[in-house]
Design a protein around this ligand. Structure first.
Ligand SMILES: Nc1ncnc2c1ncn2[C@@H]1O[C@H](COP(=O)(O)OP(=O)(O)OP(=O)(O)O)[C@@H](O)[C@H]1O
Ligand SMILES: [Mg+2]
Length: 259
């Protein structure tokens, strides 16, 4: 066990789950208007995630991974089908309703971080804790910034942090609320090998210790291999892959992203 986990964490009062499936996509599709008519980004996506499961989503650049993650997290809505969260309608709620449900159960790490520019690192991590009414936001935020190795950058604003440091603040912000479900879009994409490994450890610590389910979009082969399930997007369709093919697919995704 990671010795850091011996630290007692303040509870954020996560609600108990009510349904057997944490997240469900039923025939989800997404089309957008294009210059030559309707453009299909995602088609007929069926997907069920149990509480505590970890899943990697890979696929070539432009295959729709971020679009799918946004739909699953209720940041965007499908043009067909439905997403259910903890067994209840999610994608059919209005924007405010989705934000409330997402805030209760989920955290999201964006591919481009989305930190609040006029808040420093500590304040960025404190923000969702304050919104949730957590007991000691400053202490919890400091703890998680220390866990991602940024205890020396608490008062730095995003513009004065490197890309990798901003990514770690975004991860600390997500970890701090101890969500039931963590969505992360390329969580190690801006990190060097050592920091990528450290964040991988933290993700799976959270998964093991808090039962947090992980949905990770990643080109990182090591990260994908550690997930229980592996899904691959191909031309807007989602395929479940067997354990044995994880390595070759993750390699293919890495090669494709490098082109
Ligand atoms: N609102 C939109 N209107 C038109 N096209 C869009 C829109 N949003 C996304 N796309 C297109 O959908 C495709 C999928 O985009 P998405 O960002 O989901 O890809 P991705 O798999 O996350 O790629 P990457 O690995 O580069 O991050 C891209 O071709 C993109 O240009
Ligand atoms: Mg993307």
């Amino acid at each position: 066990m990671n010795k850091n986990l011996e630290i007692e964490l303040p509870s954020t009062g996560a609600p108990l789950l009510q349904a057997e499936s944490l997240l469900q996509a039923e025939s989800v599709g997404k089309t957008v208007p294009g210059p030559d008519g309707e453009l299909t980004l995602l088609e007929d996506i069926d997907f069920t995630l149990s509480p505590g499961q970890s899943v990697a989503i890979t696929g070539p650049s432009g295959s729709g991974k971020s679009t799918l993650l946004g739909l699953l997290a209720g940041l965007d809505t499908p043009t067909s089908g439905e997403v259910l969260l903890d067994g209840k309608p999610f994608s059919k709620l209005d924007e405010d309703g989705r934000a409330v449900r997402r805030g209760e159960l989920c955290a999201f790490v964006f591919q481009h971080f989305h930190l609040v520019n006029d808040l420093n690192a500590l304040e960025n991590v404190m923000l969702p804790l304050e919104l949730k009414g957590a007991a000691s936001p400053r202490k919890t935020a400091s703890h998680w910034l220390q866990r991602v190795g940024l205890e020396h950058r608490l008062k730095h604003f995003p513009a004065t942090l490197s890309g990798g440091e901003q990514q770690r603040v975004a991860l600390a912000r997500a970890f701090a609320v101890q969500p039931q479900l963590l969505f992360a879009d390329e969580p190690t994409g801006s990190l060097d090998h050592a920091n990528g490994g450290r964040i991988g450890e933290l993700l799976f610590d959270l998964n093991r210790e808090s039962g947090t389910a992980l949905v990770l979009v990643t080109h990182d082969q090591q990260l994908a291999k550690r997930c229980q399930r592996h899904l691959q997007l191909e031309e807007g369709r989602l395929f479940e892959r067997s354990e044995s093919s994880i390595e070759s697919l993750a390699e293919a995704a890495t090669e494709s992203s490098a082109q």
